[in-house]
Design a protein around this ligand. Structure first.
Ligand code: GLU
Length: 391
């Protein structure tokens, strides 16, 4: 029988959960779910100065919103005794030593380390460049590499799936593994996420807290779908996936080597596609939420007379169209039929603008529906008055 797959997502709570971290968590989650394994959340807070509770809360909140449930979780700050035992043993075995400045250094055997990355293939490092690196500041203060290796070993992690920026950490971690007699996991270094111009992803491009996408009204299903496509594809044309489909289709073999481009327009499209698949009442609810703070929802629109008419249409004609539209709305007639007769934009633009006073908003039919007949007619009458006053 093959070994049960165990993965972990190991964020350091030194910042909010952003797109890159969420994608790492998702890939670990999908791989584990696909093969019925175990997914662990490990909070890597050995750096006491930079780790903050607020970031931990943000990370956990982000995972929760995405529905990336873990089977087990722990924090490195709760494991001091475990690390101490290992450090002591390494000292006793001569694998580490206390240096003059009292820090604990690894006794580097200065070998070549070769490992097989499941995405990038064979990678080789000459570890003699690393010298006798520091693994702990004292028995009580393990540093990052040591804690990672001990935890992965004790948790029996089989696959280390993490960002490509960790490739250079791997040789140190393998050296420590060998020193404590730990089994080497499979390494899966996933490609970086880049901005559309292939520069490093920054706040301007969407390297924001994942929860900001929630606040902006994105569906978690859509964000999951989009994250999955950052560096992975199913090998078919399918672009819209449910979580269930992702779990079925995800595989490490289809992860690309090259950087993945973060494109907010694509995310918006994926989000729209997911919204379209929801029941109508749910769609309306989402729409209402997205416009609840717009000025035309909280008060009466203020109209700029120059903006009421569509493109080259004259104010006189616009006046006629609005009067006709008011009649049609009043009697429950077919506004679209009229608009199609005299030019869609000539009618639909002034109606929409009369209702909202906004350059951009949902279409006039949706706004009519939301405002109701009475309010809508009042606003159209107001636009008619503004036009008449200006003539
Ligand atoms: N704590 C590391 C980070 O937040 C990840 C370590 C790992 O996945 O091995 O980047």
């Amino acid at each position: 029988m093959s070994e049960k797959i165990i993965t972990r997502f190991a964020p350091s709570p030194t910042g909010n959960l952003h797109i890159g971290g969420a994608r790492t968590a998702l890939f670990n989650f999908l791989y584990t779910k696909k093969y019925g394994g175990k997914f662990i959340l490990r909070i890597e807070n050995t750096d006491k100065e930079r780790s903050q509770k607020e970031f931990e809360t943000n990370i956990i909140g982000g995972l929760d919103w995405l529905g990336l449930e873990y089977d087990e979780s722990y924090k490195q700050s709760d494991r001091g005794e475990v690390y101490k035992k290992y450090i002591q043993k390494m000292l006793d075995d001569g694998k580490a030593y206390e240096a003059e400045d009292k820090v604990i250094r690894f006794r580097n055997p200065n070998t070549k380390i070769k490992f097989n990355d499941l995405i990038r293939g064979e990678i080789e490092f000459d570890t003699s460049d690393l010298e006798d690196f520091v693994i702990a500041k004292s028995l009580e203060e393990p540093l990052y590499h040591l804690a990672v290796v001990i935890d992965d070993h004790e948790s029996r992690v089989t696959h280390v799936i993490r960002g490509e920026d960790h490739i250079s950490n791997t040789p140190r971690q393998i050296l420590i593994q060998e020193a404590i007699g730990a089994k080497r996991p499979f390494y899966v270094h996933i490609p970086l996420i880049l901005a559309p111009d292939r520069s490093k992803l920054s706040k301007r491009h969407g390297a924001i807290s994942l929860l900001e996408f929630k606040d902006k009204g994105y569906l978690s299903e859509a964000v999951i779908n989009y994250l999955a496509l950052l560096g992975w594809n199913p090998g078919t044309d399918q672009e819209i996936f449910t979580m269930k489909e992702l779990i079925e289709q995800f595989d490490l073999s289809k992860i690309q080597k090259g950087g993945a481009i973060f494109d907010i327009k694509k995310l918006d499209w994926v989000n729209k596609e997911h919204i379209k698949r929801l029941p109508p009442e749910k769609q309306l609810e989402i729409l209402l939420k997205s416009i609840e703070n717009e000025s035309y929802m909280t008060g009466e629109p203020e109209l700029d007379v120059a903006k009421i008419s569509w493109k080259k249409e004259t104010p006189e004609n616009t006046l006629k169209h609005l009067e006709e539209a008011a009649k049609i709305i009043e009697h429950g007639g077919n506004l679209m039929e009229y608009a199609e007769k005299v030019g869609k934009g000539n009618v639909l633009w002034p109606v929409r603008y009369a209702l909202t006073g906004a350059e951009a908003s949902p279409d006039p039919f949706t706004i009519l529906e939301i405002l109701g007949k009475e309010k809508s007619l009042k606003r159209i009458q107001n636009a008619i008055m503004v036009l008449k006053d200006a003539s």
